[in-house]
Write a protein that binds this ligand. Structure first.
Ligand SMILES: Cc1cc2nc3c(=O)[nH]c(=O)nc-3n(C[C@H](O)[C@H](O)[C@H](O)COP(=O)(O)OP(=O)(O)OC[C@H]3O[C@@H](n4cnc5c(N)ncnc54)[C@H](O)[C@@H]3O)c2cc1C
Length: 287
């Protein structure tokens, strides 16, 4: 399959990419190309202009920032997975990135493209939502930040607007007493998540659950935030029985997705299984 005809432009800076976005009709940014190019080959996307931001060095990299870690939007999944800083400070990002597709996908695909594409089967959306990450955007009008809870608008639709570029994602450093875990039930061919569970558990000194976060990919059109489950665990000793009870009694998904890979009912079942497992591993890692 060949994409429809388009004009190719290569930007060497964010400023140049913004100029191109403003001056070219029907333009799309190209990062790693591992979601956009398949869409173009299937003619599900037919942009007249492609603006390649893949060579903009200022958009890539992982560094400490304040109490967290700032990840450039062009950072590849492979770089996330092998980052010592992330493994130390926010290991769930490295863990999830290491589970994306295969080595070739991880070498080309970027966190910015993954989040902006907002595919419910992608791995990183639930992770940044569980982390309550902050996303940094820039346009000709200026800069703005969007919370991860507001970034995923609908199926394949993110908060990135016309003329905007996602520049960075800021995640918190998870300190002592906080454990995290990302698990997924993956499609055997593509590696995409049929369901993925991102769990974060914070324990107090007595071993009780101070707070928890549990978010899912693959269950609903945008990442599902299981706040009821987290609420049910708060203040309790999160032993296996408490986690099983919190998930079984409180995990609800209105309008779960169903498709050729899995029915909505099966996805909710998987979410309960993987949600319990992820919370238990996060708890063990917090202790
Ligand atoms: C065989 C295969 C298996 C895969 N398996 C998985 C998997 O298991 N898990 C998973 O999560 N993903 C998987 N993916 C998707 C992969 O992770 C993609 O690379 C990623 O989702 C998109 O990142 P990209 O850099 O390739 O973005 P692109 O394809 O270049 O762009 C995707 C979209 O985001 C926009 N965009 C990109 N960067 C920016 C930016 N900085 N600011 C604003 N808009 C931007 C583009 O305009 C486009 O609309 C798979 C892909 C393939 C081909």
């Amino acid at each position: 399959m060949y994409p429809a005809q388009f004009d190719y432009h290569r930007a060497s800076s964010v400023a140049q990419a913004l100029d191109l976005l403003a001056s070219k009709q029907d333009a799309k940014l190209l990062a790693g190309g591992h979601s956009l190019l398949p869409m173009m080959k299937l003619r599900l996307a037919q942009p007249a202009n492609l603006i390649d931001i893949g060579g903009i060095a200022e958009l890539a990299g992982i560094e400490r920032s304040g109490s967290g870690v700032r990840i450039g939007a062009l950072t590849t999944h492979a770089d996330l997975a092998s980052s010592d800083l992330l493994k130390r400070s926010c290991p769930i990002v490295a863990e999830a990135a290491g589970k994306i597709g295969d080595q070739q996908v991880r070498n080309r695909g970027t966190i910015g493209g993954n989040l902006t594409h907002a595919d419910p089967g992608s791995d990183l959306p639930a992770v940044v939502k569980a982390l309550e990450a902050t996303l940094h955007l820039v346009s000709k009008k200026g800069k703005r930040t969007v919370k991860a809870s507001e970034f995923f608008v609908d199926l394949l639709t993110s908060a990135v607007g016309e003329g905007e570029i996602l520049t960075a994602i800021e995640v918190p450093a998870l300190g002592d007493g906080i454990g995290s875990c990302y698990l997924k039930f993956e499609h055997p061919a593509s590696g995409y998540a049929v369901v993925g569970a991102a769990a974060i558990v914070r324990l107090d000194r007595g071993g009780k659950c101070e707070s928890a976060r549990l978010c899912f990919n693959g269950v609903t059109a945008t990442p599902l935030d299981a706040q009821n489950v987290a609420g049910a665990l708060a203040g309790k000793t999160p032993d296996d029985a408490a986690i099983d009870q919190a998930v079984n009694a409180n995990l609800v998904a209105s309008d779960p997705m169903g498709d050729v890979f899995a029915s909505g009912e099966y996805r909710v079942h998987l979410a309960k299984v993987f949600g319990r497992r992820a919370l238990k591993l996060a708890r063990d890692r917090a202790s």
